[in-house]
Design a protein around this ligand. Sequence first.
Ligand code: 5GP
Length: 145
Amino acid sequence: MSLDGQYDEQNIFAKILRGEMPCAKVYEDGGTLAFMDAFPQSRGHVLVIPRNPSRNLLEVAPKDIGRLFGTVQRVATAVRSALKPDGIVVTQFNGAPAGQTVFHSHVHIIPRYDGEALAGHAAGEMADTDELKTLAEQIRNALEA
Ligand code: 5GP
């Protein structure tokens, strides 16, 4: 999957958006959804996606960009309050050669803790579902505080 191609309605994030697949939800509004990464690179790894279909950042409609990054900033701030990381990586990948593995555009929020190595990108172990739900709840509470 390079940068070109058609949006696949069966991709895993499209299924999450349609409620066909579960996720540990952190935040949602009319334009965006944030949920825990199931194969986290660190404790508290969150994904933010726009609701409208797009395969990568280059395809996100200009009108949706502000809302997407508004949610990224909001959730990153809540991750900071809830989990007290020492740093936060915000990143995203466009096209398989760049490391993208799910072809609905998304932004990673990855907390960094001093002295703790990151698990590999899209190579980590699947996290315990209950643990992800607990983390999502902690971040949600920080969003509401
Ligand atoms: P990409 O490699 O495209 O930048 O990121 C895709 C991300 O989606 C990876 O970090 C991967 O761990 C995560 N992921 C893959 N499948 C699922 C899933 O079924 N549920 C959730 N919550 N995350 C997923």
